[in-house]
Write a protein that binds this ligand. Structure first.
Ligand SMILES: [Ca+2]
Length: 396
């Protein structure tokens, strides 16, 4: 065994030594191929060269691709952060500030302004967070050096080139996530190309700096995903004890069939709504339940996860002044809001932990500090910011 391990290590070392120079040549050849392909699709060499000037492969992007967290965030943590009081208050303020753009987008696409604002708030915190990576660099690194899905990222790079070639955005505006989602709507470039619209009437589709363009484009996305004007996404329900019937977004049945199974609205009243609905039990039978209709599916289309679609739906409710989730999540250690995360970081810093700036974002340093506290209070050391950890820090 030792012998084999030795050979494995030796081979890896050899590959690393020899790999560096040819990798760069391969990258340059790959980029040249994309330049030729782009020319065939109407993107001039001048546009290509301006956007790709000085771009080099960035191994950090591949590291991020390979190190996506395996620890699955529980849905109650996800909702505690994305639908916290701060987000609701800020969402109301932003809806008031941009009421004319929201009204115009609602009118043009028939999509509820609260849902548009909810997507905006969850995607970019109302335009504040857009991502730090250079898209030309990230997408060319992925298109030319990724261990998988190179064709997909090549297509996204091509879409980015077309966005610039059309004059919608200048190359220096192209900053986003390592995987290429960007702007206030966090569209992938191909989605931008397909669904972005001009909302402020200047003839350009600018989802980076124009709030109106971002709001109209989000409304267009939801409309194209089957949004039904005037309908509800759904609502919370009570599920009878011992329920063993179907569940999930795809468990679509007429509302009357759910009523026949003993399901009621969470306040005990009869089910409402027309068309078919699915019964969502995002944390299993012991957690809150929801009946979800077509507009829930439209939110799901934006980012295929129930946790995401539920965050959009619940935030849109709260922006309307409706209450949040009534039922209890099946945990004795609930998630905490961004304000509580900041408080946790301040308390950790006061105990001498280096957690960087207390910004509510849980990075590697904060996780390490939380793990240390978890060890001291007998919790699993996974770095999860939770109520028990916060209470312990407060001396409760
Ligand atoms: Ca515009």
């Amino acid at each position: 065994m030792i012998h084999l391990d030795f050979w494995k290590v030796a081979t890896l070392a050899l590959t690393a030594t020899l790999g560096a120079a040819p990798a760069r040549a391969d990258f340059d050849a790959c980029v040249a191929g994309i330049r030729a392909q782009a020319a065939g699709q109407g993107v001039s060499g001048a546009v290509f060269d301006r956007m790709m000037a000085g771009v080099t492969p960035d191994p950090k992007i591949i590291e991020l691709m390979n190190n996506q967290p395996e620890f699955k965030t529980p849905i109650w943590d996800y909702l505690a952060v994305l639908v916290d009081d701060e987000k609701v208050a800020e969402g109301r303020a932003m809806m008031s500030r941009h009421s004319s753009a929201l009204a115009a987008a609602e009118q043009r696409f028939g999509v509820d302004r609260h849902a548009i604002a909810a997507v905006w708030g969850v995607e970019s915190d109302f335009g504040k967070i857009a991502g730090k990576w250079s898209l030309p660099q990230a997408l060319s690194t992925l298109a030319c050096t990724a261990p998988r899905r190179r064709d997909y990222f090549r297509g996204e790079l091509m879409a980015t080139l077309k966005i610039v070639a059309r004059g919608d955005l200048a190359p220096e505006k192209l900053r986003g996530s390592w995987a290429g989602a960007f702007g206030q709507t966090q569209f992938m470039p191909s989605t931008y190309l397909r669904l972005a619209v001009d909302g402020d009437g200047d003839g350009r589709r600018d989802l980076v700096d124009s709030v109106a363009d971002a709001l109209h484009s989000t409304a267009n996305f939801l409309a194209k995903s089957g949004w039904q004007s005037g309908a509800s996404w759904g609502y919370e329900v009570n599920v009878p004890d011992g329920y063993s019937g179907p569940s999930g977004r795809g468990s679509k049945q007429p509302v009357s069939a759910w009523a026949a199974r003993g399901i009621t609205r969470v306040d005990g009243s009869a089910l409402t709504g027309s068309g078919s609905a699915g019964l969502l039990l995002p944390a299993g039978r012991n957690g809150p339940g929801f009946l979800v209709f077509r507009n829930y599916d439209a939110a799901y289309a934006y980012n295929g996860a129930d946790s995401y679609a539920l965050a959009i739906s619940l935030l849109s409710d709260r922006l309307k002044g409706r209450p949040g989730v009534q039922g209890a999540w099946p945990t004795d250690d609930p998630g905490i809001s961004r304000a509580q995360r900041k408080e946790m970081q301040r308390l950790l810093a006061a105990r001498g932990y280096d957690v960087g700036e207390p910004d509510g974002a849980i990075g590697a340093k904060t996780r390490a500090a939380i793990s240390d506290i978890q060890g001291k209070i007998g919790l699993a050391q996974n770095g999860r910011p939770s109520k028990k950890v916060l209470d312990a820090l407060k001396g409760r």
